[in-house]
Ligand binder design. Structure first.
Ligand code: CDP
Length: 573
């Protein structure tokens, strides 16, 4: 089996490989891939025979061990173990009563213990200061209840393996939205939450026309107050400028593509935003390493479309099998998941692929390739889901879905999603999701709490060698600055090819996100990274453009704006 990077081995050993009761490792990475492949292939037995299961166990092992596709972390950690909870993404309802709020809190604890991340809409909770009939007292409001969820997460380590992650959503027309927008400004609150304001088309239109916008009581539907829409947008941009939070999710764009509107409107997403889900739904993700979907001839690299087709179809089958063998922490969740059978197949290594093809990230050509690539994967995933529907039947809620009217018989209500691939990208040894390279040399605030200096990006080193650019001075300078832009003696086209996240224009970040979103039926996790000098107005403009482009959500991050961030450019020394 191909070797792993040093970082990959550290992550695997710390969190993925099984240990005995004394804490000693009892599994190699190869055995881990066998454990996962065998457990997931077992699903074949429900539809075919043991021989088919054996054949797929081999095919899945091949797929995983070559790191051409990896499922989300809980599948790698828990498949074939007694825990057996394999999904990364959940959404839970938060209804406006004490028993229901605490019921959700309990479920959150169970999900996070087993390695899943949870998203919530708090929009149904009555505003702070509202009357509580039973006690005659005043309601504490959504932000106050969110603190309880945050605190609970703080005390649960996911399966003892990773920090719990939450998404909290509040609609833009909720009377407490200003408190929500500023909830992380103190730098200490809600450290276990990503926050997203649930934005409506009506709100964005009001900002364009500079009109007043009404807050609405979630219970009575009555307007409580009006304020200028532009002011509200400005306050979101200011908070995001200061702390990176909140992000935005575009509720109407999401619900226009809700595959099962008869089952209800979608109000929230999973923690990183790539999967809009109904309450009690869960979704398991997997990502194709597109940097491995290439071949090389005398003229250079090109995409191996046949390989991409085979990989997509096998990966989709893998993800459908995961639903079959997964064990859910609650029967309502099991029922919802088995009813819609949502999966999220996406890509990682997109930036690396572009470098292999010598296409600068953010260029027109890269945007065209993003679209072509995702269109192809989406079509192959759809074909695979149709084939599975033939073999195994359509998803049980199919009659109530948009696909029944279109006469498209499918096994899965959604097929595609672009995940951040924060850790599986490290295991695969490629660039994360569809993000550009963050830096050519960076310090990583390690998942294990230590800082590591990752030397110069190995991809750049390979390239530099090929083009006779390597020198100790170049390496030293890169280690210090993290990018090529300020170095002399490097050709402009090489600088363009290795442009890093902070050097790519916000509009180009958005164009890449939009190109993928066009062919993704869930959503796309993508951060518009900005240099420290970026202005509040730039952020407000990004929001307007993201909405105009029809994105389902947007996240910005200005370098240095969090007290502690995951990646730091170079050593700065
Ligand atoms: O690379 P990996 O499979 O570990 O995860 P990712 O692609 O970075 O994140 C995918 C999803 O996993 C997120 O959107 C969350 O729903 C969940 N997650 C989590 O629950 N806790 C974390 N610490 C990281 C991710």
């Amino acid at each position: 089996m191909e070797r792993f990077s040093e970082n990959a081995i550290r992550v695997l050993e710390a969190r993925y490989l099984l240990r005995d009761s004394e804490g000693a490792l009892i599994e190699t990475p190869e055995e881990m891939f066998h454990r996962v492949a065998d457990a997931v292939a077992l699903a074949e037995q429900s539809f075919a025979d043991a021989k088919t299961a054996e054949r797929y166990a081999e095919e899945f092992f091949d797929l995983l061990s070559k790191r051409e596709f990896l499922p989300n972390s809980p599948t790698l950690m828990n498949a074939g173990t007694p825990l057996g909870q394999l999904s990364a993404c959940f959404v839970l309802p938060v209804e406006d009563s004490m028993p229901e709020i605490f019921e959700s809190l309990k479920l959150m604890a169970l999900i996070q213990q087993a390695g899943g991340g949870t998203g919530f809409s708090f929009s149904r909770l009555r505003p702070r200061g509202d009357l509580v009939k039973k006690t005659g007292g005043q309601a504490s409001g959504p932000i106050s209840f969110m603190r309880i969820f945050d605190c609970a997460t703080e005390n649960i380590r996911q399966g003892g393996k990773r920090r719990g992650a939450n998404m909290g959503v509040l609609r833009i027309d909720h009377p407490d939205v200003r408190d929500f927008i500023g909830a992380k400004l103190d730098g200490v609150s809600f450290q276990n939450f990503n926050l997203s304001v649930g934005i409506t088309d009506a709100f964005m239109q009001a900002t364009q026309k500079n009109e007043p916008f009404a807050f609405v009581h979630p219970g009575s539907g009555q307007a409580t107050e009006t304020i200028p829409a532009g002011e509200l947008l400005q306050s979101i941009a200011e908070a995001a400028w200061k702390t990176g939070d909140p992000g935005m999710i575009f509720m109407d764009a999401i619900n226009r593509e809700n595959p099962t509107p008869q089952l209800g409107a979608i109000e929230a997403t999973n923690p990183c935003g790539e999967v809009p889900l109904l309450p009690y739904e869960a979704c398991n993700l997997g990502s194709i390493n597109v940097s491995r979907m290439v071949r090389k001839d005398a003229t250079g690299y090109f995409i191996d479309w046949k390989k991409l087709s085979d990989t997509t179809r096998l990966s989709l089958r893998f993800l459908d099998n995961v639903i079959e063998v997964c064990r859910w922490p609650d029967s309502r969740i099991a029922e919802m998941v088995r009813g819609n059978r949502k999966v999220g197949l996406g890509v990682m290594g997109f930036a690396e692929l572009l470098i292999l093809l010598e296409i600068p990230y953010g260029s027109d050509q890269s945007v065209r390739l993003a679209e072509e690539l995702m269109q192809y994967i989406a079509a192959e995933a759809l074909a695979a889901s149709q084939q599975l529907a033939e073999e195994r039947g359509v998803f049980p809620n199919w009659e109530k879905s948009i696909y029944a009217a279109k006469g498209i018989r499918l096994r899965n209500a959604t097929r595609t999603s672009i995940a951040p691939t924060g850790t599986i990208g490290i295991i695969a040894g490629t660039s994360a999701g569809i993000e550009p390279l963050f830096a050519l040399a960076y310090r990583r605030e390690h998942v294990l709490g230590e800082q590591t200096l990752v030397e110069v990006n190995p991809l750049f080193l390979r390239y530099a060698e090929q083009y006779g650019l390597q020198s100790q001075k170049l390496k030293d300078d890169l280690q210090c600055l993290g990018s090529l832009s300020k170095l002399t003696g490097v050709p402009a086209e090489v600088k363009a090819l290795f442009r890093t996240a902070l050097e790519i224009a916000p509009e180009d970040h958005l164009r890449i996100q939009a190109a993928f979103q066009k062919h993704v039926d869930n959503a796309v996790s993508k951060t518009v990274n900005l240099p420290e000098s970026a202005s509040v107005e730039t952020i407000a403009e990004i929001y307007r453009r993201a909405w105009e482009m029809g994105l389902k959500g947007v996240t910005v991050y200005r370098y240095g704006s969090k007290g502690q961030q995951v990646l730091y450019l170079g050593t700065g020394e």
